[in-house]
Design a protein around this ligand. Structure first.
Ligand SMILES: CC(C)(COP(=O)(O)OP(=O)(O)OC[C@H]1O[C@@H](n2cnc3c(N)ncnc32)[C@H](O)[C@@H]1OP(=O)(O)O)[C@@H](O)C(=O)NCCC(=O)NCCS
Length: 362
């Protein structure tokens, strides 16, 4: 079937007040098409979100401005295109996505949607476009290495799309999974070793909402996620976090019915929070869990705090979500210290994501 681009329509997404609102149908349809695209690409449903889980992320736009359009062909929804603009002062960056159902690929629809991406970025003075896409090489594929030199993605349809539109492959992220149904003896042993090495620190754990007395410390560690994680030549704004931003962050999980567990290491003498790990699960506790941020502040590295917070987090997670079959996590392929910890714990690679960038000329 051929598509005339005159049949393609991009319609701005309406973000409803609630999922019961009369105008909520677009939002529910957007989440559904998003989930179908992710399932088609990955072959599993671990990336699935419910509309209730995603809605708070679209309603709270205090930290980034969000644009999204539904892509329709002859009135049928085939995908979505979005642009996020961080509100950090002086930000040059725009994060974008185009997600089309497989049956709509290769007909110029993605290229048409991409024009909206660049136009939106330019209109808002953003010159650095960045996007991520899951692309797992099959054995024997011709592949492309990122500028960091670590990892590879296949030279497939998605790679050709990014290259055709002027992007360069900056970094490859490894998605890894830990089987939570397997015995945890190895994690218990690593936990005991890390505890013994981390003299002068104690583990502090909470579930969102973050207790008021821990918000400033958590805010500082969250801000370091934007500066201290290997990023190759990708550009991330230094994020300013305070207790109010922590509250907004936590609310996005709480209002969507998700559980966020934070396991931190605290320096006993000063009371400073210096390392943390986040684990998240949605309302469906039989679904996959997701490990989100993990970081040890630079001044506190070398005491096995990364291993400590990860293992302590996983051990209590087993009590909290005993039916969740696995934990997913994402790390830059050149982030050896973090991959060493994950591999020792038992995480195995399951997929790869390319991180792409284009700098617009004036
Ligand atoms: C990456 C993605 C957005 C590309 O969209 P697309 O609509 O397939 O891309 P286009 O059709 O515009 O261009 C792809 C190919 O179709 C060709 N094409 C363009 N217009 C065409 C038309 N009218 N008819 C037929 N083919 C056409 C292009 O020449 C290009 O060919 P190539 O692969 O040899 O370079 C889409 O594959 C997708 O949604 N992938 C999953 C999500 C993803 O990875 N997104 C990446 C950004 S977040």
């Amino acid at each position: 079937m051929t598509t005339l681009l005159s049949d393609v329509r991009l319609r701005p997404l309406t973000v409803p007040v609630s999922l019961d609102a009369p105008d909520a149908a677009d939002f529910t349809a957007m989440v559904d098409v998003r989930n179908r695209v992710f399932e088609q690409i990955s072959g599993h449903t671990d990336h699935t979100f419910t509309a209730a889980e995603l809605l708070p992320h679209f309603q709270d736009t205090e930290d980034e401005e969000r644009f999204m359009w539904l892509i329709e062909v002859d009135g049928t929804l085939v995908g979505r295109v979005g642009v996020d603009l961080p509100r950090e002062k002086g930000s040059r960056t725009a994060y974008w996505l185009i997600e089309l159902l497989r049956e709509a690929w290769g007909r110029g629809i993605g290229s048409y949607a991409y024009e909206f991406v660049e136009r939106t970025a330019r209109e808002h003075g953003r010159t650095v476009l960045q996007a991520w896409a899951e692309q797992s090489p099959a054995p024997g594929d011709d592949t492309l290495a990122p500028r960091t030199g670590f990892g590879r993605v296949p030279r497939d349809h998605i790679t050709r799309f990014f290259l055709r539109h002027g992007h360069t492959l900056e970094q490859v992220e490894r998605a890894s999974a830990l089987d939570l149904t397997a015995p945890m003896d190895r994690i218990e042993k690593l936990h005991a070793e890390a505890l013994a090495a981390a003299k002068g620190y104690r583990v502090v754990q909470w579930h969102a909402p973050t207790p008021p007395e821990l918000r400033e410390g958590y805010a500082w560690m969250k801000s370091r996620m934007s500066t201290d994680v290997p990023a190759g030549a990708l550009e991330f704004d230094e994020e300013a976090w305070d207790a109010a931003r922590v509250e907004r962050h936590d609310n996005r999980y709480l209002e969507g019915g998700r559980t966020l567990q934070v396991t931190a290491a605290q320096h006993i003498v000063t009371g400073e929070l210096c390392a943390f790990n986040e684990l998240v699960i949605g309302q469906d506790r039989t679904a996959a869990s997701h490990q989100e941020d993990t970081l040890v502040l630079k001044e506190h590295r070398g005491h096995r705090l990364g291993m400590l917070v990860k293992c302590a987090g996983l051990l209590s997670w087993r009590e909290l979500a005993p039916q969740s079959p696995r934990v997913m996590t994402y790390n830059a392929e050149e982030n050896r210290p973090m991959l060493d910890i994950n591999e020792a714990i038992g995480f195995v690679p399951v997929a790869y994501e390319g991180a792409w960038k284009k700098t617009l000329q004036d």
